[in-house]
Design a protein around this ligand. Structure first.
Ligand SMILES: Nc1ncnc2c1ncn2[C@@H]1O[C@H](COP(=O)(O)OP(=O)(O)OP(=O)(O)O)[C@@H](O)[C@H]1O
Ligand SMILES: [Mg+2]
Length: 277
């Protein structure tokens, strides 16, 4: 799949910024007291498309996502650059507006669904809480809509599961619930940080297929963080490769994977023999 053989490869920036992106990060600098964690990261995510972010552990993938959400750990701050979402610079917003963006326009799905769920609250009430906050609906209506959402994310027997608690579900079902919660806010962008890493391989594929179906139906933009280049080969439209807090390569996923320019990217690919399968 050497896309670059047919036509000259566009420069990464031109390719990623071709149509007005929903999310555009420019030269983002994030640091803790004495260290720079992100050293000028630029990337973008388009509506209806998936931007994949790969890179070794500690390269700054999660920090990038947390910076978008305004959820950087204590002591870690964005000190430079911009994060434009739908034309607005999120770094310039106050905490209240930031929360609104997080709750309504940007959904999140992280690696550990248990950590995202309240162990002592029924599933339908957890999803319902978001609906009540967002749309001001009654508890009864919220529960009804929660069941509909569980149906959409293909949780089996949604009426029955709605009344259960997180520990009563499988890992894959829990992650579906987390996706339902992310959808409840009607987001335009989903940040998915290793959403399937904790799941077994067949469940992984189904969860990713689900995200893709939802993406098509809702014209969602997805920022997908994963170690797994095979996942990227299947699901990413654009691909960003990070190393030590910097983007070393970016462009259409087929081009980056088929004709990597940076030695680090080549090395990542060489370590995954089945990436072209
Ligand atoms: N609270 C913190 N204070 C200071 N530095 C931190 C803090 N949390 C993480 N870091 C540093 O930030 C860097 C980037 O971390 P990040 O979690 O974004 O990596 P990652 O690419 O998501 O890695 P992984 O693949 O393991 O999830 C790491 O070098 C890490 O040591
Ligand atoms: Mg991470």
């Amino acid at each position: 799949m050497n896309a670059a053989a047919a036509a000259p490869a566009p420069t990464p920036t031109a390719a990623l910024f071709a149509d007005d992106p929903l999310l555009q990060i420019d030269d983002l600098v994030v640091g803790a007291e004495s260290t720079e964690i992100l050293k000028g990261v630029s990337l973008s995510a388009r509506a209806g498309r998936t931007t994949g972010v790969v890179g070794e552990s500690g390269s700054g993938k999660s920090m990038t996502a947390l910076a978008v959400l305004g959820l950087l750990p204590t002591g870690v701050r964005a000190t430079g650059g911009s994060i434009r979402f739908d034309g607005r610079d999120l770094l310039a917003l106050g905490p209240r507006e930031r929360r609104l963006v997080r709750g309504k326009q940007v959904g999140m799905v992280f690696q550990d669904p248990l950590a995202a769920l309240d162990p002592v609250m029924r599933i339908d009430d957890q999803i319902g809480e978001i609906l009540r906050r967002r749309d001001g609906v009654s508890r009864r209506e919220a529960r009804k809509r929660a069941v509909e959402l569980l149906h959409r994310v293909e949780v089996p027997e949604p009426e029955h599961r709605a009344a259960s608690y997180p520990h009563q579900l499988s890992g894959g079902q829990r992650q579906r619930v987390v996706i339902a919660m992310a959808l409840a806010g009607k987001p335009r962008l989903i940040l998915a940080d290793e959403p399937t890493t904790a799941l077994d391989v067949t469940v992984q594929a189904r969860i990713l297929e689900l995200l893709r179906r939802l993406q098509r139906e809702e014209d969602l933009s997805i920022l997908l963080i994963s170690h797994d280049l095979r996942v990227m080969a299947h699901f990413a439209d654009d691909l960003v490769v990070m190393k030590h807090g910097e983007v070393v390569e970016a462009g259409p996923a087929a081009t980056v994977l088929g004709d990597p320019q940076h030695p680090y990217t080549r090395n990542l690919i060489d370590n995954v023999p089945a990436v072209h399968a």
